[in-house]
Design a protein around this ligand. Structure first.
Ligand SMILES: CC/C=C\C/C=C\C/C=C\C/C=C\C=C\C(=O)SCCNC(=O)CCNC(=O)[C@H](O)C(C)(C)COP(=O)(O)OP(=O)(O)OC[C@H]1O[C@@H](n2cnc3c(N)ncnc32)[C@H](O)[C@@H]1OP(=O)(O)O
Ligand SMILES: Cc1cc2nc3c(=O)[nH]c(=O)nc-3n(C[C@H](O)[C@H](O)[C@H](O)COP(=O)(O)OP(=O)(O)OC[C@H]3O[C@@H](n4cnc5c(N)ncnc54)[C@H](O)[C@@H]3O)c2cc1C
Length: 701
């Protein structure tokens, strides 16, 4: 077959699919065919894109939040994608030292762009996101600076923030220790005030008091906000944050009394190993008194503790901030995995060929749809709840600045609960996407293994997900116990209608009856209220409330999940009550909203049935409607993932390529693996050939 014959094969999509395996054989070394030339520039997903029933450009704006947000994000994504310095294909093959050096190089190049192009903080944030490589800069900008902003006095902010924002110092957030992470009040590092020298003495009294995990601490940071037990006059005054210099600003060597290093390799290749999570010990290290973050409590020159009006929980404020950003990140990680799995599901064909025609696209299998489309809907749901949570956090921040702390408990419950809900679902969702891509999903070049490895610690960092749901449970139990005299507000306002939510059962009679926002919200409210009240009633039976709480904690976690799912469903529905421009955009989002809600209802039907709100028939009608909804998603699936506007660089996946040119690129990538540099593998002559050449003497073999 000549080259002209080969190019003929490119004329139609279906023909190419039929002959792809033949072409790939020809590409093998020795045939000298340049498949790349023949295949490039063809959009294998163009037929799919023509099926869209909505305006994709308008959906991109709805996803981004506004035209300005879209343009900014798009600009930063392209800046990164077009810069070869940010190549990441070889990352999983690098050894740890090369990996870290490579990350330091990328972070430096990113900073140069930020300075040279005079990027705003918002632009810089998006730039770092699209560089897509966990680095010390995440902790510097994401936790060190916010900790000073939230817990420092005006004077402290004036001194430290300019240094940090110009990157003249590099900081991290050193809270967790070898022996304690979740139990912050159990931290053992001490900060003892010495009135003679007006200093704090930072000390690690035990092995378990070693700081362990802080990102950026291992190799990069010059400073840390260190959380330690404040000891004044021999008495313990709670855990507080202290700014401590760790390394010389000249040669980066650890300062006297400081032992610091990296904690070692973590899960996966590449992945989170680009981060220098560290270990830190202090041997009576002295820092000036004014390096304790003093917005909440102050220690005077005379060694007196002064409490401001600010509640002590503000010491945990940085975690509230980061948990809120983690919810937004969940939608990014999930949408990325879903984008890969959806595009590949439209390219991949298995079975069903009739009369030699093409096989069935796996996306057309109902089982594939029932696994994939709820993930797609969840990505949108998390995007919108993340947007709402950002608003809530901004509101709380403004209130805190004006010394109004009234909404802090709700902000804590919402950020903790939604962080837990969205990260657990996303971690499972990425793994499901890997399975949805069959064998090829297991290849590093699919992008999914690294995405999974990098993402799963989100279920643990910034608060273990179960520990966080138990915080939500405390908030719910308190709300229920106060119902008689305090009107619940915000996300628990529905509890104010607890009597009717306990009494009235679902009125839906047909599958179409589920296409009603009122019916959906009432179902989720009733389930959440009934589960919380039931927990409250059970708890009341215990003399010791703490003992009861511990005993019932598994049920309390379930009640918290029900409450958090209600928030996500409600915020999606509220979003749809806004003006959303663009042909078919709102209607398509409505379909996704129902998919999200009815999928949850189906998955957790045990709750809805056990609380007596639904009959089995009504649960079954919801499932019937869900099947119909999947058919409505199908024609829009590819364009719904295109609306995320991810570059091929950011996706980092051959299976998820925008043009769908999967097989030739997978084939090409295999040949780029260093193992294929030579035909005869290193080690053959030492370890394989002797076996092949051995003369066996044993009779048995
Ligand atoms: C890096 C940032 C950039 C981008 C983000 C994107 C991705 C992240 C990428 C990588 C991750 C990188 C970094 C990760 C960093 C970390 O992990 S930092 C360490 C985080 N650690 C934790 O989250 C510890 C979890 N534990 C806790 O939060 C608490 O100790 C607790 C379990 C909540 C408290 O337990 P306890 O019962 O002992 O509580 P107390 O201390 O006695 O306090 C109880 C009262 O306080 C209220 N409370 C608790 N937490 C908060 C809070 N955060 N805000 C406000 N209020 C809070 C609680 O409700 C009680 O109130 P009360 O009932 O009225 O008394
Ligand atoms: C990749 C990564 C990055 C990190 N970055 C940082 C950082 O920059 N700075 C920093 O300070 N820390 C960091 N951490 C630490 C992180 O915040 C902690 O690991 C996290 O808060 C969980 O605490 P733990 O490890 O003590 O878990 P544990 O509390 O020991 O959890 C172990 C198990 O016990 C259960 N458990 C614990 N308490 C309870 C309870 N009361 N009731 C029921 N079950 C319970 C948990 O659910 C879990 O199943 C990082 C961690 C990781 C993995």
């Amino acid at each position: 077959m000549g080259l002209s014959g080969i190019s003929l094969l490119t004329t139609t999509y279906s023909l190419i699919l039929q002959h792809q395996s033949l072409l790939l054989c020809l590409r093998a070394k020795g045939f000298g065919l340049d498949l790349k030339k023949d295949m490039e520039g063809v959009d294998y997903l163009s037929d799919e894109r023509k099926k869209a029933q909505f305006d994709v450009e308008a959906m991109k704006i709805a996803w981004a939040g506004s035209l300005e947000a879209f343009q900014l994000s798009d600009r930063m994504a392209k800046l990164v994608a077009n810069d070869p310095a940010f190549e990441k294909f070889t990352r999983p093959m690098l050894g740890r030292k090369e990996l870290i050096k490579n990350t330091l190089r990328k972070a430096a190049h990113g900073w140069k762009l930020i300075v040279d192009l005079r990027l705003t903080e918002e632009e810089a944030k998006w730039l770092r996101l699209y560089i897509d490589e966990p680095a010390y800069t995440d902790l510097h900008w994401g936790m060190f600076i916010p900790a000073i902003e939230g817990q420092g006095t005006e004077e402290q902010k004036k001194k430290w923030l300019p240094l940090a924002k110009k990157m003249q110092i590099i900081g991290c957030y050193a809270q967790t220790e070898l022996g304690h992470g979740s139990n912050v009040q159990g931290l053992e590092t001490t900060a003892t005030f010495d009135p003679q020298t007006d200093e704090f003495i930072m000390h690690s009294p035990t092995l378990t008091s070693s700081k362990w995990w802080p990102g950026g601490l291992g190799k990069a940071s010059t400073h840390a906000v260190v959380y330690a037990r404040l000891i004044v006059g021999g008495e313990f005054h709670g855990v507080h944050g202290f700014i401590v210099q760790l390394r010389s600003l000249d040669d980066h060597s650890p300062l006297p009394g400081v032992t610091v290093g990296d904690i070692g390799m973590k899960f996966g290749n590449g992945a989170y190993n680009t981060m220098d999570n560290g270990v830190l010990r202090f041997d009576h290290v002295r820092i000036p008194r004014d390096q304790m973050l003093m917005r909440v409590s102050q220690v005077t020159r005379e060694g007196k503790i002064m409490q401001s009006d600010v509640p002590r929980q503000l010491i945990y404020g940085t975690m509230v901030y980061v948990r809120q950003t983690i919810v937004a990140d969940a939608s990014k990680a999930l949408s990325r995995a879903v984008c890969i799995a959806t595009r590949y599901s439209a390219i991949r064909r298995q079975f069903g060929s009739r009369n030699g025609g093409p096989e069935t696209q796996v996306i057309d299998y109902k089982t594939q749809q029932s696994r994939l489309f709820p993930l797609l809907a969840s990505a949108y749901a998390f995007r919108f709840v993340g947007e709402w949570l950002k608003w809530l956090y901004t509101d709380v921040k403004e209130r805190l600045a004006a010394n109004d702390f009234s909404t802090l408990p709700e902000a804590h419950a919402c950020t903790a609960g939604l962080k837990s809900l969205t990260t657990s679902f996303t971690a499972d969702g990425i793994e499901e996407c890997r399975k949805l891509c069959g064998g090829h999903g297991y290849l590093v070049s699919s992008g999914l293994p690294e995405l999974f490895a990098v993402y799963i610690p989100a279920c643990t960092y910034e608060g273990d997900n179960v520990v966080l749901l138990l915080q939500v449970a405390r908030f719910l139990v308190k709300t229920v116990s106060e119902l008689g005299y305090k009107k619940p507000v915000g996300t628990t306002a529905y509890m104010g209608r607890v009597a009717s939510l306990m009494q009235n059962n679902c009125a839906v009679q047909t599958a179409e009856g589920w296409l009603n926002p009122g019916a959906v919200v009432e179902a989720f409210e009733s389930r959440a209220a009934r589960m919380a009240v039931r927990c409250g009633q059970q708890l009341a039976k215990y003399e010791n409330p703490e003992e009861g709480f511990a005993e019932l904690s598994a049920d309390l976690v379930e009640a918290s999940i029900a409450h958090c799912q209600l928030i996500v469903v409600s915020k999606f529905i509220e979003k749809l009550q806004q003006d959303i421009p663009g042909k078919g955009v709102k209607q398509t989002l409505e379909v996704l909203c129902y998919v999200y809600a009815l999928f949850l209802l189906h998955k957790h039907q045990g709750d809805f049935l056990a609380t007596g709100y639904l009959t089995p028939k009504q649960a079954s009608l919801a499932n019937d409607q869900l099947r119909t909804l999947y058919s409505k998603v199908r024609p829009n699936a590819i364009t719904l993932v295109d609306s995320f506007n991810y570059t091929d660089h950011y996706l980092g996946s051959i299976l998820g390529r925008y043009d769908g040119n999967v097989y030739p690129k997978l084939y090409e990538a295999a040949w780029k693996d260093p193992l294929n540099d030579s035909d005869v593998v290193d080690g053959f002559y030492e370890y394989v050939q002797p076996i092949l050449k051995q003369k066996l003497r044993t009779a048995k073999l």
